[in-house]
Design a protein around this ligand. Structure first.
Ligand SMILES: [Zn+2]
Ligand SMILES: [Zn+2]
Length: 250
């Protein structure tokens, strides 16, 4: 079976923070995953790290599952899903972390499905001047980009070193401006607003080779509906890349 679609065995793990469903092999974990933070030790936090209320027998302390800091019940009352840490149920988080996790819920509920459903692109490999129409999608285990056309490619997400989303901006009264958006500057890409994603350039390592391979994706312009789908897929990829940088940064 190809590595991209292998069903990864999972196991239930109970930590102080809650129940988690994690892949048995660390190598099989999602590239968007985050490690559980170490908890700030009880003796190091006599007061709530947000509102400074002193902890005592009545004011109990709680740890935020996302940042590991100590808070009173009022400052850490929200239970929000945290799929990046593989928690089965929503977990307690401080206000700041809850907001971030809520925003990520949109990615997990919507954009991840868009990525897995796939979209078609003209794909150019390296410096070749030939392109091939291919369907590109994220594998179910989130670890590979799978491309299917006459050729077949599987790019492991952890081997991708850079992602550039190519956008087309519409400024009123001006001609369309083509801009290159680096993901490190987080310019917002909408799915129908002023800036539309029209392509992507990936650089990645092929195992066994030290050199980077480049692949360019251009949204197919044959049908309006396909173009919209490709733009949504690229917007989802834009979001996915931000999560990826965070996961690698931790
Ligand atoms: Zn507090
Ligand atoms: Zn927090």
């Amino acid at each position: 079976m190809s590595g991209s679609e292998a069903a990864d065995a999972k196991k239930l793990v109970r930590s102080a923070s809650g129940l988690r469903m994690v892949p048995e092999l660390r190598a099989a974990r999602s590239p968007f995953g985050l490690d559980e933070p170490p908890w700030v030790p009880d003796k190091e936090c006599p007061r709530c790290m947000q509102c400074d209320t002193k902890f005592d027998f009545i004011t109990r302390k709680h740890h935020c599952r996302r940042c590991g800091k100590c808070f009173c019940d009022k400052c850490c009352s929200k239970k929000v899903p945290l799929p990046r840490m593989c928690f089965v149920d929503p977990v307690r988080q401080c206000a700041e972390c809850a907001l971030i996790s809520q925003k990520e819920t949109e990615f997990y509920d919507k954009q991840l499905k868009v990525l897995m459903n796939g979209a078609s692109f003209f794909v150019t490999l390296g410096t070749s001047d030939k392109s091939e129409l291919m369907v590109c999608r994220l594998s179910n285990n989130q670890r590979y980009l799978v491309l299917d056309g006459n050729s077949h490619y599987e790019i492991e997400i952890v081997q991708i070193s850079t992602v550039q989303i190519l956008t087309e901006g519409f400024t009123p009264g001006e001609k369309d401006i083509h801009t290159y958006t680096s993901l490190l500057e987080s310019q917002h890409i909408t799915e129908g607003g002023n800036t539309r994603a029209i392509g992507m350039i990936l650089q990645y390592k092929v195992p066994g080779s030290e050199e980077l391979t480049q692949m360019k994706f251009t949204a197919s312009e044959d049908y309006t509906s396909n173009k919209k789908l490709s733009a949504s897929w690229l917007a989802a990829m834009h979001k996915a890349t931000k999560l990826l940088y965070e996961s690698r940064d931790q």
